[in-house]
Design a protein around this ligand. Structure first.
Ligand code: FE2
Length: 459
């Protein structure tokens, strides 16, 4: 073979390799299609804890921006009881005390139990605390470990879960996450799917609270509001959006300088996490727009190298389900996230899994016609993790062909984890429910966009 021919063949091989590297993967994995039914009301995961007026639906979330406060919430079903939490370093040494508040709400023909929220502050970082509530009736004791002090090389492992619901599949998702063992969950919205039941049956908010307790009583979950949190039902006379969600799931929004619980931020270990609200106004001059502009200026990558953004409705989604619903928010904020060198954007809403390449679509100016997403090393990776396994079933109708921005997509239920190792490297892994929990169905090493913005976008 002549040198020229060999060069030519080499060029062809190189081009083929480049094209292969460029093409996204639509996973050939085919799950068995079956109905996704909510677990029955008498399922053991919904069991009411024994004892008169026993606290139930216990859950915690961060109470401040730096992990030295925790909000503890629970429901008492029979009577108010008290809102006190006792806590300390050992189960028999609960020497600290905090007084909480309580609330209730009516929703059409439903009246909630007594919902307690108690704010524990001045906690030490990376410290295990035991806590108990229900004094005077039935006392229950739990524990959590506070996140480590924010710092550039502090490792931390997040669970990434969305659109969980309370089906048999939801139960598998949660069990697999527990087996994989994260420190905290970044939850991208759509919790209970109570609104899929007649009259938005709010008893399904209670069952969900009891179901999720086994994880969220022991580690903070960071909440994002999804469309199933709206519970907006004028036909029932229920016109206050987010009524059950806001009564039940507080967020540390005031500590983050936000005016609403739906958009806020927290810092955990080496991550700065920004939560955005897909179902609150985000146009120019709105409170969320103004807050995000200020918030991005507050991010200090020397302290928290990893900038992670949560929202419910994805900006990059090649599933026909909810196709382009996130587009207006993308147009509003994408430039800011690219300029800020955000590392990872997590969304839910689409009941399927998808990971993007590092792309941006910010060149378009309505005249130039440049409306195609382009590879951009400054851009975040977008992950749709709305595959928690809720009652609405899987979204298995991807657009064809797979767009170039889409790196991997699969119509299966599952969850993901993000293991931050240090300021430069984090390992992201997606786990489908049909495999053993530890099996990685899609895994990539991410390099930090501020400290080591190398080409990490090869598969
Ligand atoms: Fe949704």
């Amino acid at each position: 073979m002549s040198l020229g021919a060999r060069r030519c063949l080499g060029l062809v091989a190189l081009l083929a390799g480049l094209l292969a590297a460029d093409a996204g993967v639509t996973s050939p994995y085919r799950r068995k299609l079956e109905a996704t039914a909510d677990m029955p009301l008498d399922a053991d995961v919904f069991r009411v804890p024994p004892g008169y007026n026993a606290p139930q639906q216990v859950h915690i979330t961060l109470g401040d921006q730096d992990g030295t406060a925790m909000i503890v919430s629970w429901v008492t079903p029979n009577e108010l009881g008290n809102s006190t939490v006792m806590y300390g370093g050992a189960p028999d040494k609960l020497e600290l005390r905090a007084e909480g508040v309580h609330t209730r709400y009516d929703y059409f023909n439903y009246t909630s139990g007594f919902i307690h929220h108690c704010f524990l502050k001045n906690l030490k970082h990376r410290t295990k605390y035991y806590y108990a509530m229900g004094f005077g009736h039935t006392v229950r004791t739990f524990w959590f470990t506070t996140p480590p002090k924010p710092g550039p090389d502090v490792p931390y492992k997040f669970g990434l879960i969305g659109d969980l619901g309370q089906t048999f599949d939801s139960n598998i998702t949660l069990s697999h996450y527990e087996e994989n063992g994260g420190d905290a969950v970044l939850f991208v919205g759509d919790l209970s799917y109570a609104d899929n039941h007649p009259l938005h049956d709010n008893n399904r908010w209670d069952t969900w609270g009891r179901f999720a307790e086994r994880s969220v009583a022991y580690q903070p979950w960071i909440w994002t509001a999804g469309n199933h949190e709206l519970d907006f039902a004028p036909e029932l006379g229920e016109t206050a959006p987010f009524k059950p969600f806001t009564h039940r799931y507080p967020t540390p929004h005031r500590a983050a300088g936000s005016t609403e619980p739906f958009w806020y931020s927290v810092r955990m270990a080496s991550a700065h996490v920004i939560v955005l609200a897909s179902y609150s106004a985000y146009g120019k001059y709105t409170p969320q727009w103004a807050w995000l502009q200020d918030e991005l200026a507050r991010v200090d990558r020397k302290v928290t190298p990893w900038l992670i953004v949560l929202m419910h409705s994805p900006w990059y989604n090649s599933n026909s389900y909810h196709y382009m619903e996130g587009e207006t928010m993308r147009v509003q904020f994408e430039r800011w996230l690219v300029d800020a060198r955000a590392d990872l954007v997590l969304a839910g809403h689409v009941h399927s899994y998808e990971r993007s390449h590092r792309v941006s679509n910010v060149a378009y100016d309505i005249i130039n016609g440049k409306s195609t997403p382009a590879r951009d090393a400054a851009a975040p990776v977008y992950v749709t993790i709305g595959d928690g396994g809720n009652i609405e079933g899987i979204a298995d109708n991807f657009t064809q062909p797979q767009p170039s921005y889409s790196a991997f997509r699969e119509a299966s239920f599952g969850h993901a984890t993000l293991e931050i190792k240090n300021r430069t490297h984090a390992y992201y892994a997606w786990h489908r429910n049909q495999d053993g929990a530890k099996v990685v169905a899609d895994g990539v090493w991410l390099t930090n966009r501020y400290w080591l913005p190398t080409q990490d976008d090869t598969n």
